[in-house]
Write a protein that binds this ligand. Structure first.
Ligand SMILES: [Zn+2]
Length: 265
């Protein structure tokens, strides 16, 4: 049904960058692909995971990780979270337990939602759709220990800075970020950009869009985030959304054409 080579397993989509996509049954008849990414560090046996799926995907994700990290010294050092929604934080607690020296990387404005139980429902939005639907939003239920998190902002130096760079792309949530895989010129954008079917019940044909409006805290900033991603074209070839029916991500030129359609110029 889904023609994705990385369904339930990690596939090397770029040198040193692996993607695994697991289907999330959001509601009856509504299935959404959720991708997580494994990144090889520049020190042997060091790995970084970007996002950690939905809670019901934990077992499948842990199994998929074990199929790549086969050496006894292989270890996940960091779990880089794009934002604190439930479909991106599912396995975070299990991974912190499995890899005792690992830490979660998150933007400092997102940390209260992942460590302190702050609710996205407390946010005042610039759109009626979020204001109306935020009470039904997919809140994360994790509460991670403060001492197992590392907060970063745009341009902050950290242990894996030669491989992964945090790029602030707030809007979908107050501290939503993207991670730029420097060696492969790929950027993992979480939900800042999506590439799933416009009508999931009727079709599986990928369609570039912004984030889902009803779960996006600030629409104006979310649009600025897409614009910021288009300005990275000197450093980026491929954009990998967390929700994507395309096995090979999106070329950045396509994102540019989506955000600046020729008719608007
Ligand atoms: Zn999502």
């Amino acid at each position: 049904m889904y023609d994705l080579p990385d369904l339930d397993r990690f596939v090397e989509v770029r040198p040193g960058l692996y993607r695994c996509t697991i289907i999330w049954l959001v509601a009856a008849g509504i299935e959404v692909p959720v991708s997580t990414f494994l990144v090889k560090g520049d020190i042997p046996h060091d790995w970084v995971l970007i996002d950690s799926g939905a809670p019901m995907q934990v077992d499948t994700l842990l199994k998929a990780i074990d199929q790549v990290l086969t050496h006894e010294k292989d270890s996940i050092r960091y779990i880089c979270i794009t934002h604190a929604h439930i479909d991106h934080t599912g396995a975070a607690s299990a991974l912190l337990e499995k890899y005792p020296s690992s830490k979660v990387v998150i933007h400092e404005d997102e940390k209260p939602f992942i460590c302190d139980g702050k609710s996205f429902r407390s946010i005042t939005s610039d759109t009626w759709s979020f204001t109306l639907f935020k009470h039904f939003s997919h809140e994360s239920n994790v509460k991670l220990p403060h001492d197992r998190t590392l907060t970063l902002r745009d341009g902050d130096k950290w242990e894996f800075e030669h491989v992964l760079r945090l790029v602030e792309t707030q809007g979908h949530t107050p501290g939503s970020v993207s991670y730029l895989h420097i060696p492969s010129r790929s950027i993992m954008v979480g939900d800042a950009i999506m590439n799933i079917a416009a009508f999931p019940i009727l079709s599986k044909i990928p369609c570039i869009s912004g984030p889902m409006a009803m779960s996006t805290c600030h629409w104006g900033n979310a649009m600025k985030a897409i614009e910021k991603i288009t300005t990275l074209k000197d450093d980026v070839d491929t954009v990998f959304p967390a929700h994507d029916y395309n096995p090979d991500g999106i070329h950045i030129q396509k994102v540019h054409e989506f955000h600046f359609p020729p008719s608007s110029l």
